[in-house]
Design a protein around this ligand. Sequence first.
Ligand code: B12
Length: 208
Amino acid sequence: MKILLVMPAIKPNASLYEKLLLKLTMWSSITLQQLYALTDDEHEVKIIDENYEKIRYDGNYDLVAISTFTSTAFRAYEIADRFRGKGIKVVLGGYHPTALPEEAKQHADAVVIGEAEGVWQTLLEDAEKDDLKPFYISNPVSGEEIISPVENKYFSIVKGVEATRGCINRCNFCAISNSLIGCKFRKKPIERVIKEIENLKCKSFVFL
Ligand code: B12
């Protein structure tokens, strides 16, 4: 399949100055790179992070997968509606669809609740058979099962590295640690994390 992975812009109508400022100050997300790494080689994958480049709607994709947190949800839904208007199947995932799957479903053919690991391969097989289920629920995988993301092609001064996932606390006010994404604290194998840091093509990084 031809798959497009999209990160919606944080500020879609930003001025040139704001765009430049964002690019210079933003530390990179690794979400789409993680999804890419989870995708079998048989598929053709393209990443578009709208914070860095414009989305082209004319590619003949079989599937468009969009990641969104709450502040980008409206933009994510606009992008999803536009691709679906062209008859392309759309999947939504991330913090916001995990919190409000029914809302997200109004703009997608399938919604992933929780992390991609554990359901992504099944979802792709279903998409190939034109048999997408409305919801895919994923329980947190172990730290060992969190593989390394592919390299981020976009320039950023500070790159993100994931060494742990989830939170050790379960504060009752926290929407994330009470969701299927953040509810379980896991550590990636330390050798894998060191290798990822060594492979970064920049001088500073932040632990996500
Ligand atoms: C990097 C990061 C950023 C970066 C880049 C974000 C980007 N999208 O490019 C920057 C610095 C720009 C940023 C900004 C903000 N951020 Co931020 N950020 C993060 C951070 C630390 C890491 C994200 C990441 O890369 N994780 C690693 C990847 C692998 O995990 P993941 O994204 O969760 O993806 C997994 C699953 O969620 C799922 N998944 C995600 N998307 C999809 C899509 C599909 C199709 C599928 C199948 C699965 C799937 O599968 C993935 C693999 O398991 C998270 C906290 C965290 N540790 O996750 C906060 C977080 C995402 N940010 C958050 C917030 C609130 C913000 C801001 C709104 C803060 C603010 N008030 O300004 C701003 C946004 C700007 C704005 N003003 O609107 C919240 C979002 C909460 C929510 N309900 O939406 C988080 C969760 C932090 C928190 N605990 O509150 N952020």
